[in-house]
Design a protein around this ligand. Structure first.
Ligand SMILES: *Cc1c(COP(=O)(O)O)cnc(C)c1O
Ligand SMILES: [Zn+2]
Length: 411
């Protein structure tokens, strides 16, 4: 790491817990010394390291060694032949962060980085504004690291997400309002209390953790960048950082130079970025979220502008799907690949299906879908939509009658 740098005016700042430029309020981003990194970060060096996201340590914003979340990342990249057939595309891969460690979502990547950096900067209390998964990951990782945690969430989150924060002993504050109101309050709190808010004052470090998902995809594909990557959008950070990860690997000569498209996926009930992209606009209009995809329900996405820019520059598309389409896509992924994703995964699969059907992703191409969270945490969204178990007495005769019934129905 060399410094923090304003994305708008380019002014540099020291590597502290700060996230906006004092002159134009532009977001600050970590810059690196790539010439130096090139000397140590070779394919061979990476491959000799443990299979976690920290194998790309030189490209992650910590000064020494990680002290939180050593085991995060390096989740499976699954060749999804059965889903590919159903969607009508030649080659399809699932980057499966439903099994990320320790809290089953891609947020374990960003939190590992943010909390490791927070400790380097001397913080003992950490916090976040969350749509659910971030709160789970901050709570768990803070517990394991002996840090005190405050997590702020909208009060109407899924039970699974709430319990998964409470169990670790974090202070869980439920705000009567939607995420954008939670976030606004957290910005005020962060300014007043000396805490490390992972996605407020620690945001430049936090956001960089998302790059590890892109690094892994490229390495696991045999050191190449995929033609298409479909990414769910909440704040838009993950999408911009997957793009940055591919750029960095190309710059460092770790993968061949290649053209690629990064596509954005949203729920129709909260689709400011997708709506702007489809209308050909550079700016989004804030919305009030109303969707079962609560993890993506950010009506004023902090990195929405930059996500739009990435898609425009690389020819990526964006689209959105309804709640019914989200549920259908969750089932499709589960039935074809044996992967139970949360609502955000349904959004990604549903949008990929649309992009393939409309020719925005060519059927002769290869695509990677970023599946970012686990379905066990959003049972509320699918209960009542996946059928019921068939109940019988513990009797062979009843079971045989059931099979006979089934044969009749299918005949
Ligand atoms: C947070 C989150 C995302 C996307 O987050 P960004 O804010 O766009 O980086 C995607 N999927 C899940 C499940 C999430 O929790
Ligand atoms: Zn600036």
């Amino acid at each position: 790491m060399k410094a923090l740098k304003c994305r708008e005016c380019g002014r540099e700042y020291p590597l502290e817990a700060t996230h906006v430029c004092e002159f134009d309020f532009g977001p600050l981003e970590v810059v690196y010394d790539y010439e130096r990194i090139k000397l140590s970060l070779t394919r061979a060096a990476i491959q000799a390291r443990p299979q976690t996201m920290w194998r790309y340590r030189e490209l992650l914003p910590i000064a020494t060694q990680p002290t939180v979340g050593f085991e995060a990342g390096y989740t499976p990249l699954v060749k999804a032949d059965r889903l590919a057939q159903r969607l009508g595309i030649r080659e399809l891969w699932i980057k499966n962060d439903t099994v990320n460690y320790p809290t089953l979502s891609f947020k374990d990547r960003v939190v590992s980085v943010a909390l490791s950096r927070a400790r380097e900067l001397g913080f003992t209390t950490v916090a976040c504004a969350s749509t659910g998964n971030l709160a789970n990951s901050v709570a768990a990782n803070a517990a394991a690291a002996g840090l005190k945690a405050y997590v702020f969430i909208p009060a109407d989150l899924e039970q699974g997400k709430i319990v998964n924060s409470l169990v670790y002993g974090a202070q869980v504050i439920a705000i009567k309002g939607h995420y954008d109101e939670v976030n606004r309050l957290c910005a005020e709190i962060a300014g007043k209390f000396g805490w490390a808010f992972v996605n407020v004052n620690m945001r430049p470090y936090y956001a960089e953790g998302s790059k590890s998902m892109g690094f892994e995809i490229a390495e696991q594909l045999g050191w190449r960048v995929p033609q298409h990557t479909v990414v769910p959008i909440a704040s838009g950070s993950l999408l911009t950082k997957i793009h940055k990860s591919y750029q960095e690997f190309i710059k460092l000569g770790l993968v061949p130079h290649a053209k690629y498209k990064v596509h954005g996926a949203q729920a129709t009930g909260c689709s400011p970025v997708s709506a702007a992209h489809k209308a050909g606009l550079d700016f989004f209009k804030p919305v009030k979220p109303n969707t079962i995809a609560k993890s993506l329900a950010i009506g004023t996405p902090a990195d929405g502008f930059y996500a739009l820019k990435v898609m425009k520059e690389n020819g990526g598309a964006a689209d959105d799907v309804t709640d019914d389409e989200i549920r259908d896509a969750i089932k499709l992924l589960a039935e074809t690949e044996g992967i139970f994703a949360e609502t955000a995964g349904g959004v990604t699969v549903g949008v990929a299906k649309k992009l393939i059907a409309s020719g925005k992703i060519s059927t002769n191409d290869s695509a990677v879908l970023c599946i970012t969270g686990n379905g066990l945490k959003t049972l509320d969204a699918v209960i009542g939509h996946v059928g019921q178990p068939r109940e019988i007495k513990p009797s062979l005769r009843e079971f045989e009658a059931l099979l006979a019934d089934e044969a009749k129905v299918s005949a």
